[in-house]
Write a protein that binds this ligand. Structure first.
Ligand code: XLS
Ligand code: NI
Ligand code: NI
Length: 444
């Protein structure tokens, strides 16, 4: 990938981030992520398909409920929305290229300021900025992993978009959805994401849940039919999250999404999930649990990589750095054969107090190294340790004899009861959790 820049270099103190190995002292080098290194038959680049996100990295400036953000970005300096958007895109592609990120993701409104635009004005602005994006993609080789529409920030969507109780507002959201889908197709986006920002409710007193869910299913069918009618054959991802901003988000977790798709006749060939680490933990699950539920349901589409905070209960979107947890996740990832269509997108932000321009590089280097290192470790566990054998052994009584008959559906409850009576008190068999945990630590 060659570095392409506008007139300005936004990150003059940082060059291309290279792999230097674990003995390097250079904070601006990868210690583990060597994009060409082959693990389990594929390069790291092919396994991980890393992506940079537009919203946290180039739009968010560290604001919190107590005040505006202290992070200052030169691409926000220009007076016109179009110039700011073009500068931001220069900065973004400089960053993606220097980081060696093969993909990026955006919400429509990340690309250019909406500024009370009518539908027509917004469409024109998106045309303008996606023309530039197309050029940038061509020149750099960076590709669009997924696009999405921000249907939750504008106050008009305070009661939801596809689940809004007011039809004109739902239709207004549909107009914006179509613009974001057109932009995604124009930029050869490989996937399209639905994160249900305000698709949920705060109080049941004013809410007809079934009506809202039926409307949302209709909305997803329409969206899918539209993109398919344009010849687009990418994958739709639903991103589960249990709460925040609404109290009850409809796409609570992967199991909920699986049931919803089935109930409303939406196929997992079209719709999969984009699993975010911090959303998994907000749902009181582990990240690996969500990955496993997705893999078992033919829905493991994509990942929003980040981490939460053990001491609080909101979406902190920190860069991933917990090796033990990521190794456990990569065990599921490798056994599932990786992601179906998606990639590992850093939906993560530097802390509010990290105000140096170079800090966003450090965050991504750490996150990419965490995933790369975990991939190597998980592969070693699967190929060199007794991990798989030990887990299989717990289920070996289903592999032959009466256990196999049970699995094959050959037993009635009467027959099962007869076998059970003959067994008497079954042997006590240890679950060996500590042994499994020690294997993980042995390979780290
Ligand atoms: C917010 C979500 C959001 C989605 C994209 O919690 O993670 O960033 O990834 O709309
Ligand atoms: Ni996300
Ligand atoms: Ni999040």
């Amino acid at each position: 990938m060659s570095i392409i820049l506008g007139d300005k270099e936004f990150f003059p103190t940082v060059g291309k981030i290279e792999f230097e190995g674990r003995d390097s002292d250079n904070p601006f080098a990868f210690k583990w992520y060597d994009e060409n290194r082959v693990v389990a038959g594929k390069t790291m680049k092919e396994w991980l398909r890393f992506s940079g996100c537009y919203w946290h990295t180039f739009c968010g400036q560290g604001h919190d409920p107590f005040g505006p953000g202290p992070q200052r970005f030169a691409w926000n300096d220009a007076n016109s929305a179009k110039q700011r958007a073009a500068d931001k895109m220069d900065a973004a592609f400089e960053f993606f290229t220097k980081m060696g990120l093969p993909y990026y993701c955006f919400h429509d409104t990340d690309l250019i300021d909406e500024e009370n635009s009518s539908v027509g004005e917004f469409e024109e602005k998106i045309q303008f900025i996606t023309d530039i994006a197309l050029e940038k993609q061509k020149a750099s080789g960076v590709k669009l992993l997924w696009g999405t529409s921000n249907l939750f920030s504008n106050p008009r969507y305070m009661n939801g978009a596809g689940t809004n109780p007011h039809f004109p507002t739902l239709a207004r959201a549909g107009a914006q959805l179509k613009i974001a889908m057109d932009a995604t197709m124009k930029l050869n986006g490989e996937n399209y994401v639905f994160w249900g920002g305000r698709e949920g409710y705060i109080t049941l007193l004013n809410t007809k849940m079934e009506r809202e869910q039926e409307n949302f299913a209709r909305w997803l069918h329409m969206a899918k039919d539209y993109m398919r009618s344009q010849g687009w054959n990418g994958t739709f991802f639903i991103e589960p999250k249990p709460m925040e901003p609404t109290k009850h988000q409809y796409d609570f977790d992967t199991a909920t999404v699986a049931g919803f798709l089935q109930k409303y006749g939406l196929s997992t060939d079209d719709f999969k999930v984009n699993i975010e680490v911090n959303h998994a933990t907000l749902a009181s699950h582990t990240f690996q649990h969500e990955l496993q539920v997705a893999a078992d349901n033919n829905m493991l589409g994509s990942i929003d990589a980040n981490r939460g905070d053990y001491q609080n209960s909101w979406d902190t979107d920190q860069f991933p750095n917990n090796i033990n947890e990521t190794v456990e996740a990569m065990l599921v990832y490798l056994e599932a054969g990786g992601l179906q269509g998606g990639g590992v997108n850093f939906d993560a932000k530097t802390r509010r107090e990290s105000t140096d321009m170079e800090d966003i590089f450090l965050g991504h280097i750490g996150g990419m190294d965490t995933f790369a290192r975990s991939l190597i470790i998980a592969d070693e566990i699967l190929t060199k340790s007794k991990y798989t054998e030990l887990r299989n052994k717990r289920y070996e009584t289903f592999e032959s004899g009466q256990g196999k008959d049970f699995v094959d559906g050959k037993l009635t409850l009467e027959q099962l009861a007869e076998i059970g009576a003959a067994v008497g008190e079954p042997e006590q068999i240890s679950g060996k959790q500590e042994l499994f945990e020690n294997i993980i630590n042995q390979y780290i």
